[in-house]
Design a protein around this ligand. Structure first.
Ligand SMILES: [Zn+2]
Length: 206
């Protein structure tokens, strides 16, 4: 996208906060270790970063066929999971530090099936897809943060780059379910041309 951009047009960057919900943070139904720390870092980033817009996705399950482990069967934590983020429950609500941000839009996914990528999500009120929304706001660069690195973050970032957004993943503002799959996800993202940034940098003027 940057190739066709005119020189005098500023680069427009969005912060995309993936699934920073109560159920995915410590104390929740499917807690990712470090989730609360991630929420703190993302809240600072959202407040201090130079973003055109800040948006969030939510895992938002009504009846997600096969995504929850059946009763009495242990989840495998790859394709089946404990019950989490049931639409309208407090577990599905955003982490309190994220909830108090002035978000420009919130996108929900996974209503009736597993939904790992934020680009499957639709705006909570209007039903507009995340991709359409970002395009309508003339976003060039997407900074991805949130949970979990090895599932929804990687799926979201891969779709972002596929759709033509320059994509960065802020390594200090994400956390994964397991070390192996997290390392795999980071490799996969780098190979796809995603910039994995070690520190949650506040965007400079360049
Ligand atoms: Zn889910």
């Amino acid at each position: 996208m940057s190739d066709i951009r005119k020189r005098d047009e500023p680069v427009r960057c969005a912060l995309l906060i993936v699934d920073l919900q109560r159920d995915f943070c410590e104390g929740g139904a499917l807690a990712v270790e470090g989730g609360n720390d991630v929420a703190r870092r993302v809240a600072v980033l959202a407040a201090e970063g130079d973003y055109e817009c800040v948006v969030a996705t939510r895992d938002w399950h009504v009846a997600p066929a096969g995504h929850f482990a059946e009763e009495g069967v242990a989840p495998d934590y790859r394709e089946t999971w404990p019950v989490h983020c049931v639409a309208g429950t407090s577990g599905a609500s955003l982490h309190p530090l994220i909830d108090e941000l002035e978000l420009d839009a919130v996108f929900d996914k996974g209503h009736h099936r597993a939904g790992y990528s934020g680009f499957e999500a639709v705006e909570h009120h209007t039903g507009e897809t995340l991709g359409d929304w970002l395009a309508r706001h003339r976003i060039d660069v997407v900074d991805v943060a949130g949970l979990a690195t090895d599932f929804c973050v990687v799926a979201t970032a891969l779709d972002a780059v596929r759709l033509g957004f320059a994509t960065r993943v802020l390594e200090a503002a994400v956390a994964g379910v397991s070390p192996d799959t997290t390392a795999e996800a980071l490799q996969k993202m780098t190979a796809a041309g995603i910039d994995v940034v070690p520190e949650p940098v506040v965007r400079g003027s360049g």
